[in-house]
Ligand binder design. Structure first.
Ligand SMILES: *Cc1c(COP(=O)(O)O)cnc(C)c1O
Length: 234
């Protein structure tokens, strides 16, 4: 069972790494500019262990109630944990306790809670501002409207948090290239204000090539690595 799953994950990982390498070559970028974040939501801690053993260094989760026990079950592994889901204010303290990178800060009210929870030690998480690429921005999918991103980033940085850069999910109703081109534009403006905010988290199983063309430094891959997720039961 574990041997079979290990072989399956190894084959998927090879294929995802190959896709990243091909996309980087086509974009004239080096493959080590792109970090693979394995999005392990809905999959057990045993899969996280297998992926770590296969060389994965970064894992992503989108729900605190699932992420925290999984993180604790894997505390012996040297992994970076990424929180990529919608962040609720009442979960901020918990998430800040285990996440190395929080991808989904999209409104000012999260910033103060996060700054209070994260403290000012060197271990405090890196924070990304999530941008909505939906036209027009829609409630509920997460992400700040583009025109609010720079102000929100300034607020993150002035609150003493470590501003890492931006995150986005491609809209469902548009070609990802057009959306990621807008994201690249916002990322360039952000870097003009904050030169160290170089992270661009974009690209999932279906659109990692487009994201890499437009400068993604982190791709968040679930299905292509771990398989199709069962629908969540509530
Ligand atoms: C689930 C998820 C992913 C991974 O999506 P796949 O299409 O399964 O690769 C990436 N980013 C976020 C924010 C997610 O919630």
């Amino acid at each position: 069972m574990t041997a079979g799953r290990r072989a399956e994950l190894a084959a998927n990982l090879d294929e995802v790494r190959r896709r990243i390498a091909v996309a980087c070559a086509a974009a004239g970028r080096s493959a080590d500019e792109v970090t693979l974040v394995a999005v392990t939501k809905t999959w057990p801690a045993a899969d996280v262990r297998l992926l770590a053993d296969l060389g994965v260094t970064d894992v992503g989760e989108n729900r605190d109630q699932e992420a925290r026990p999984k993180h604790d079950a894997c505390a012996d592994l040297a992994l970076r944990w990424h929180f990529v889901g919608r962040l609720q204010r009442n979960k901020v303290r918990s998430v800040a306790g285990y996440a190395d990178v929080i991808h989904s800060v999209d409104r000012p009210e999260l910033v103060n809670s996060l700054a209070a929870a994260a403290g000012d030690g060197p271990e405090r998480p890196i924070v990304l501002v999530q941008v909505s690429l939906d036209l027009p921005p829609t409630e509920g999918r997460g992400g700040a409207p583009p025109e609010r991103v720079l102000a929100l980033a300034r607020r993150v940085s002035e609150s003493g948090l470590r501003l890492g850069g931006l995150m986005a999910v491609a809209p469902m109703a548009e070609q990802p290239d057009a959306a990621f081109a807008r994201l690249a534009d916002i990322a360039a403006k952000l870097r003009a204000d904050h030169p160290s905010a170089t992270v661009l988290s974009a690209g999932m199983s279906g659109d990692l090539e487009a994201a890499i063309r437009h400068g993604a430094t982190h791709v968040r891959i679930g299905t292509a690595l771990l398989g199709r997720r069962a629908p969540r039961l509530g």
